[in-house]
Design a protein around this ligand. Sequence first.
Ligand code: 13P
Length: 250
Amino acid sequence: MRKKIVAGNWKMNVDLNESTDLIKSIKKIYDHNIDVEVCIAPSFPFLKESTELCQGEKIKVLAQNVNDNLKGAFTGEVSIHMLKSINVDGVILGHSERREYYNEDDDLLLRKLKVSLKNNFKVYFCIGESLEDREKNNHFEKVKNQLDKTVFKIDNIDPENLVIAYEPIWAIGTGLTASPEQAQEIHKYIRNLLSERYGKKISDNTSIIYGGSVKPNSARDIFEKQDVDGGLIGGASLSPQDFIDIVRSI
Ligand code: 13P
């Protein structure tokens, strides 16, 4: 059975005190009995404190990026080993903000994906189309193309170590959410692609989560859809109450 997952991507929004307060507040209201993998993705400088605060809490701590090399002269970069040494559980890769503002193309993302999976570092891999793609009805082709050039280049995937996050760019930070039907339609399409590439068992066990302006009042209808296994939450994850309300919507 695939996992239900709700992950908060804090992006570049909080400092040390705010990050600590957020975790403490989430811990206070988080119900450990809910069968959901809850993740938070603070910024690099706060990861160590975050993993310490989340120890024994069933809250996974993710990085927002990682380098595609394991070690060496790469000034300003952070490796998987560094992240693992402070108990970080995984990494968000392929986010549209990294693709767009930091020129992370499919080749680089494939290298990051390969090195992460090879080193048993869980990846939450984002794909999604632009507004232009959607308006031209190119969204299916776009996500297939993104997968063909990255994930599908890998011969064996382990659903324990790879989550797909469908995040339509037009819905990120805009207040526009894909309708539950739009989300279901493309999640099902992605699951079918996974099935064609890796077989039904892998496809059935791979979590596909939705991201893009998910709020407490929209989460339930989206999460209810059969092929939507949770969410990758930006803005709403900065409010502990909203974040936990979204977790509870699963
Ligand atoms: P918002 O929820 O703010 O739209 O952000 C979504 C996102 O980019 C999560 O990675």
